[in-house]
Design a protein around this ligand. Sequence first.
Ligand code: SAM
Length: 204
Amino acid sequence: MKTRLRRIVSELARDPVHALTLARDRLETTLIRRQAKASLRCLPTPRPPYSSIDERIMAVHWVHRIPLPGGKVTPGDWDTGTALRRLHLPDDLSGKTVLDVGAWDGLYSFEAERRGAKRVLATDHFCWSGAGWGTRSGFDLAHELLGSKVTARDIDIPDLSPASVGIFDVVLFLGVLYHPEGAAGGSGTGRVGDRRDAGPRDAG
Ligand SMILES: C[S@@+](CC[C@H](N)C(=O)[O-])C[C@H]1O[C@@H](n2cnc3c(N)ncnc32)[C@H](O)[C@@H]1O
């Protein structure tokens, strides 16, 4: 401190105008730094894009209304509660294997799992990665939030066959048959195997 004072006094004695200009500049620099630090402290802490489950749910465009833990339901465009009731899916699917073709957000796959199915395979392509109207983000988020063990496979209907996906006790083919890009008008030979006690149903 003493050395600094001595230097300032000698600078003042040698060239007072220059010494005062230097001192003013140093002071200004110090003040600007302090102000910058203070304003940084006032800035809100950066947040990840979605900090809560609700925000993550709201960020997805849903078609299915999927019940989630904590009484939440995904805000789907379609009245899938009514569609599910009309489907008359057996209450107990214990021990069954279920294939859900064109699963999209996955409501029916998750519902089959909830009803005890021992294995559920959800497949889609058009909306998951094709030219479709949606994405797979709803399926993936619901899968995560439900802690689901449903397996997912992005596969075009013409590529479905017992050889590619296996055979299942229950095959759900809901709202798909009438799609020109789906099995009805597809150019391939899409074919799924089901066991006789629970054949394909189309609720669409
Ligand atoms: C009207 S949505 C029905 C979704 C769901 N199954 C339901 O009933 O709510 C038709 C679904 O079939 C899927 N789909 C249509 N053509 C397909 C194709 N060629 N391969 C795979 N999925 C297809 C779409 O991506 C979409 O998820």
